[in-house]
Design a protein around this ligand. Structure first.
Ligand SMILES: Cc1cc2nc3c(=O)[nH]c(=O)nc-3n(C[C@H](O)[C@H](O)[C@H](O)COP(=O)(O)OP(=O)(O)OC[C@H]3O[C@@H](n4cnc5c(N)ncnc54)[C@H](O)[C@@H]3O)c2cc1C
Length: 368
């Protein structure tokens, strides 16, 4: 840990200690580069703003067939796996349920993020908490803990990325707001996703943990006419959830797939900052790890042997581009045909049926 009185000069500055930032920092440090990652929050991963579900390695490999060595990247210690997920129940506005075989597991997201940040520090990356990036000025990063000199800067600072803005890269437009909380109780080992007016243009969810579940709501501003807390309260009332969280935690979810350009000069963006999120379901943790590994490796090689940063964009695109593009197209189809009224949602879910809804979740073409 660096003390704030030190003058900070580093090879690679990573902004953000979410999954994308920590994995980037870890793989860059493994290359022998000097890495500093900064986090504006007091504690890594706190508060939790996530559904806390990760697909199984088999599902991840199915979604991203070009991904190599998924095993080492997703070698998450067993003690962080809270609960195995056996499937997903997709529930239409009239409560008709379609059960998909889909395996995964739940986590405590704060512990998960802290584990990834620890792994980066074990490789020699320095973490500075309570340090917020503001802008790039005269080639230095201006932060709340002083100016930081770097050779490469990486924005892993989430959907509203200030680093992307400072580098002149596009930021996600039309991100969806989503809120989450914990509810007490015994829940079956299935994720439940509820569609229709309960979460216009997106879905509300129940994701089982141990003795409790993560519950939440996301919506598309274009299809809704209330506040998120209004929709959340309605969802809670409808299912009589015993909410144990003190307050709702919310964040934006990129909804349109990856931004086209993720490298500018000596800067790169990764994870939510780059739109590495599956548009149809808002899942982004696996993608943050996949792109983070490429980003860290290329940044490290850039410092050590002058490798071009553009290689990062080539690498993540080989694995993520096509599935993300298909998901974004499927999302557009859903916006056009399935959302807007409960009747339309119901008809579309019935037409799609189990097989095609499985394709939707797994970023595959719906037709033929
Ligand atoms: C409600 C909700 C539920 C979700 N559920 C799931 C799920 O169940 N499964 C799944 O796979 N995905 C889920 N996602 C998506 C997933 O959380 C993200 O895709 C993932 O967190 C992306 O990781 P990241 O590291 O890119 O960004 P983040 O996790 O957002 O991390 C960014 C970090 O950067 C820090 N930061 C931001 N700005 C600055 C700054 N200026 N200076 C310093 N630090 C800064 C932030 O504090 C944060 O710690 C969900 C998202 C939401 C909003």
């Amino acid at each position: 840990m660096i003390s704030l009185v030190d003058k900070i000069k580093t090879d690679i500055l990573v902004v953000g200690s979410g999954p994308a930032g920590s994995v980037t920092a870890r793989y860059a440090a493994m290359k022998g580069a000097q890495v500093t990652f900064i986090e504006r929050r007091l504690e890594v991963g706190v508060p939790v703003r996530c559904g806390e579900m990760i697909p199984s390695n088999e599902e991840i490999k199915g979604m991203f067939p070009n991904l190599e060595d998924a095993e080492s990247l997703f070698d998450i210690p067993k003690e962080l796996h809270l609960r195995d997920i056996k499937g997903i129940k997709l529930i239409d506005p009239k409560d008709k349920c379609t059960l998909l075989d889909f395996t995964g597991y739940t986590i405590n997201r704060d512990k998960f993020d802290q584990y990834l940040a620890d792994e980066a520090q074990k490789e020699g990356a320095d973490l500075i908490k309570s340090c917020q990036f503001k802008e790039i000025k005269d080639g230095k990063a201006v932060t709340t803990c002083g100016d930081i000199e770097y050779k490469v800067i990486i924005g892993a600072d989430g959907p509203g990325s200030r680093v992307a803005q400072s580098l002149g890269l596009m930021r996600n437009h039309m991100p969806y707001p989503a809120v989450t909380a914990q509810a007490k109780g015994d829940f079956e080992p299935y994720v439940q996703m509820f569609f229709g007016g309960i979460a216009p243009g997106a879905y509300s969810w129940v994701i089982p943990k141990i003795g409790q579940a993560n519950i939440g709501v996301g919506f598309s501003p274009k299809f809704s006419n209330g506040t998120l807390s209004h929709y959340f309260d309605k969802f809670v009332k409808m299912h009589e959830f015993d909410v144990i969280s003190d307050k709702l935690e919310g964040k934006y979810v990129p909804s349109e797939g990856a931004i086209p350009k993720t490298v500018a000069g000596n800067g790169m963006v990764v994870g939510d900052a780059a739109g590495h999120v599956i548009s149809v379901n808002g899942g982004g943790i696996p993608l943050a790890l996949i792109a983070g590994r490429f980003c860290g490796q290329v940044a490290g090689d850039n410092i050590k042997e002058g490798r071009s940063l553009i290689d990062y964009e080539t690498l993540w695109k080989e694995v993520l581009y096509k599935p993300l593009k298909i998901a974004a197209n499927n999302k557009r189809l859903a916006d056009t045909f399935a959302f807007g009224s409960d009747k339309r949602t119901e008809i579309c879910m019935s037409i799609l049926g189990m097989r095609r809804m499985g394709k939707l979740i797994r970023c595959k073409h719906l037709f033929p």
